[in-house]
Design a protein around this ligand. Sequence first.
Ligand code: ADP
Ligand code: MG
Length: 696
Amino acid sequence: MRPEILFPLFAEVGSLKGVGPRTLPLVQKLAGPLVRDVLFLAPTGVITRRRTTAIDAVEGQVGVFDIVVDRMVAPNRPGAPLKVRASDDTGFVHLIWFGGSPQHIERQLPRGERRLVSGKVERYNNEVQIVHPDWIVPLDKGEEIPAVEPVYPATQGITSRQVRKIALSALAAAPEFPEWQDAAWLAKQRWLGWRAAIEALHAPSIELDLEADAPVRQRLAYDELLAHQLALARRRRARQITPAPVIRPGVVSEALLSALPFRLTGAQDQAVGEVRRDLASGEQMGRLLQGDVGSGKTAVAALAMADAASSGFQSALMAPTEILARQHHQRLGPMLEAAGAPAILLTGRDTPAERREKLAALASGEARVAIGTHALFQDAVRFDRLGLAVIDEQHRFGVNERARLQAKGDPRTGGVHLLTMSATPIPRTLELTQYGELDVSRLTEKPPGRTPVATAVLPLARIGEVAKRLKAAVESGAQAYWICPLVAESEAVDLAAAAARAVDLRRLLGAEVGLAHGQMPGAEREAVMADFADGRLPVLVATTVVEVGVDVPNASIMVIEHADRFGLAQLHQLRGRVGRGAKASACILLYGGEDGGLGETARQRLETLRRTEDGFEIAEEDFRLRGGGDPLGLRQSGFPAYRFADPIRHRALLLAAADDARLVLGRDPDLLSERGKAIQVLEALFDWKTERAALD
Ligand code: ADP
Ligand code: MG
């Protein structure tokens, strides 16, 4: 329920002074539907005005001139500007309008009268001109022209000044709230109280006040981040109090562990420990297992599934592609079965008879593990006692799909534990904003036996050399991926380029070269990939279909054309396809096309890749290089639509807010203390609960 003190801010924006029927839709579009939204609409700039004269005026500054009107020159043809010639004691000032009404302008600037006129100074033939003056007043009204004027977002039909008026009437409606921030923290930061901060937001005096590190911005960003982290922490708590089956390791787990052809790494051991603690807690697990390609996530998941089987529960392992589901089934199926947990593979390609049989095995509980693709969500898929859902490459699935799988649990035994896995290491900030409700385990250590990948960055012009060395490698039994990205406007052009590259390479190498891309019929593509996986094809030219999960240990060379067009994370993933066997591996990043150039940021990005193979380090660096002020990029990386916070520039605040939120809810889960009550107001003010996209 919304606290009463917030009602004025949650009124419709139409109730504000200055919003009429014509401007209402414009304000709604600029700010949002509520008074609060206008209140949160920050100025984007500041105009500073100075009294000046025709001789002293500085180009680019906003000047206020004390002028006498000489005459008006109406446009002599359509499209020509309307001009007013004026002067002060030092020279001429030309005022210019495109599309102004002569009558209206003549009324404001009658011939022979003295006026104060303000506007941005341009110089033309060394005379001052002002296009569309922003103020024109008689001499005795000079104080109406503000010396400092915040600039608001505006749009066709509503000016910055109108928006400012509306923002100020929203400000008048803003109450002071009981302080929700910790007093000591507030004092340490030397931040203003909320009411004073929001007032200052609308009264910047210099551009610096608008920067992310201005104290007022920081205070409001922190409020916003804390509210968001509280909402996430609450969801996390809600999940934790959902009862779920108590799952403990047992005979199946032991049998599986001893059947694994390797010993767990320290990082795997730790992750298994974290998962086991969750599974045995009686609370529902929600855990994200992060680790580079090849870091050994599958073994962790397999042990969790074996634990479930040991405790009499079934598990589902969902993979985004059929190839991956098959690979999981091929590798895990026999081991699980031998350990006492029969596993079935469910894909879209089963015959009706096969499918019926598999579904029956799941429904009866005879099959303990279901491995599959989206086919697992379908209503016909029923479990006897589903206790654990594992989702591989979680970013490929939506929240709904995850929920549908979890809904297949048995109400008698409680919620279904969730383990999601991601091979895309993400920066801590993104982890907190996107997956704040999940607990995270990180596999930071690679299994032994992986060979480092030597990475080179070369211009595409040196492709001949690359092909020559590739030929030698292939002749001595190596296998290589050759990635051609989609870069042209038209996919057809790109595919043609990839096909042409395959032909080139066939000729240059004198060897078989396969081609796989996203537009091929699934069966055909999988046949090519299978030929490559089995070593029948030495070289595979591909668009980005190899991105996800496929494991070909003998492949030791990765060539990526137009590497500068890829995201760092994607390049890192692609490179992760090699270095999996005993052979020394190489990754060659070819940049540029005919023009061959490479910008500074692009160069730094590729250099990062050359320097390190640590996915977490690469993710942080990628993030840093993107810099702040890129809302589009940030949203694409999964950031919620913050109004004040910038996850890059406010990184430290975000980390602090996440700690703070968990601390607050840990100490006072129902928010009943003095600060707790104030925090309820904060949460309701930002209202992240209803901003679903931000939380999913
Ligand atoms: P990913 O994290 O990409 O899913 P996988 O689980 O597929 O990685 O593991 C990659 C490869 O490493 C597999 O061939 C697997 O058998 C092997 N592997 C996993 N854990 C270990 C380990 N502790 N020691 C040696 N090899 C391991
Ligand atoms: Mg995997």
